[in-house]
Design a protein around this ligand. Structure first.
Ligand SMILES: Nc1ncnc2c1ncn2[C@@H]1O[C@H](COP(=O)(O)OP(=O)(O)OP(=O)(O)O)[C@@H](O)[C@H]1O
Ligand SMILES: [Mg+2]
Length: 323
């Protein structure tokens, strides 16, 4: 449904997007994840035809974004990072306006506007001027206008920014509901967001794709490494060296006197041998707790160790990130 090939965007001498390629199948919900300045918004602006790339191509439903911009825009609902302001319009008249603009038949406009109002819980403010709405409500209007024509493809740039917790949950549920019938790309730097809504994640850093995986695969990778939190009453250099020498232990770091974070390769029995080593050394075991690496750890490793990551592409990202 969406095909991006070797897309590059330079702003003057600065390369914001660097030869990225990916595709999204019909009905898929894909999360575009990356730190500030990674190039998410730039990529989305190109896919939606709002900005020309320096090189490379993008197509939506088989239409090249630049050769057939009208066909593409009809099929896309786009929530920009900074939604356009039609402050002097009421919520309802703005949604009617967008629906007509998107080519919705006059007879269907009312039904679709009602549905969009309901889905984003904007009914109570439908007669209000957009300029008088709070920030969160304006964000809802942005989401509502992206949905109103029920487009095949939705491109949502940070859809939950500025929403209150209840609305965040509502919007996430809504995005999950859209899966299957609609193709969705959403950008975020909030991890729980992709965990809650996306089947696949594309992690982008400094204009490049550093990982592209299903949540399942990332989950499996997470199981490959785990962390043990250890607290002892007396732990010195000798204990640390002893722990480091154990099979399955990748790294031992001291967090505070007697408190250690131990990274293991996830092999069964590592925790038992850690416990045994602590007890036999007489360090006084106070606490030993296993923690799985979460998506946040994976994200940090991928986006803060890009260079070492690239040099060791065939190894796991953890090995590349250790130095
Ligand atoms: N119009 C512009 N002119 C010059 N540089 C730009 C322009 N727009 C974006 N950039 C730069 O390109 C890089 C990528 O920006 P982009 O907005 O795509 O990042 P992003 O991943 O959306 O970040 P954020 O999470 O902060 O929204 C940034 O370094 C930004 O400063
Ligand atoms: Mg952005």
């Amino acid at each position: 449904m969406i095909d991006v090939r070797l897309l590059t965007k330079n702003y003057g001498p600065y390369r914001a997007v660097d030869q990225i390629s990916f595709s999204v199948k019909k009905g898929e919900v894909v999360g575009f994840l990356g730190p500030n300045g990674a190039g998410k918004t730039t990529t989305m602006k190109i896919i939606t035809g709002f900005m020309a790339p320096t090189s490379g191509t993008a197509s939506v439903a088989g239409f090249d974004v630049f050769e057939n911009p009208i066909e593409v825009k009809r099929r896309i609902g786009y929530l920009p990072e900074t939604p356009p302001v039609y402050g002097e319009m009421t919520v309802e008249s703005y949604l009617r306006f967008v629906a007509r603009l998107k080519g919705v038949e006059r007879s269907r406009v009312s039904t679709l506007v009602e549905r969009a109002l309901e889905r984003t819980e904007l009914g109570p403010v439908r007669k209000r001027l957009i300029q008088n709405l709070s920030k969160g409500y304006r964000q809802r209007v942005g989401i509502s206008q992206a949905l109103v024509s029920e487009p095949e493809v939705l491109i949502l740039d940070e859809p939950t920014v500025g929403l209150d917790p209840r609305q965040v949950a509502e919007v996430r549920d809504l995005i999950k509901e859209l899966a299957g019938q609609h193709t969705v790309i959403l950008s975020t730097h909030i991890l729980p967001e992709v965990q809650a809504t996306c089947q696949r994640i594309i992690i982008i850093n400094k204009g490049k794709i550093v990982a592209e995986d299903s949540l399942e695969t990332i989950g499996r990778r997470m199981q490959g490494t785990s962390r043990v939190h250890l607290r002892v009453s007396e732990g010195g250099e000798a204990l640390v060296n002893k722990l480091r020498s154990l099979a399955g232990v990748r790294n031992v770091e001291s967090r505070a006197p007697g408190v250690f974070e131990i990274e293991t390769d996830g092999t069964k029995g590592v925790s038992q041998s850690l416990a045994a080593a602590v007890v036999s050394s007489g360090a006084g075991l106070l606490e030993l707790r296993e923690e799985a690496l979460n998506l946040e750890d994976v994200f940090l490793k991928l986006t803060t160790s890009e260079e070492s990551q690239q040099e060791t592409e065939e190894k796991s990202p953890y090995e590349g990130a250790q130095s």
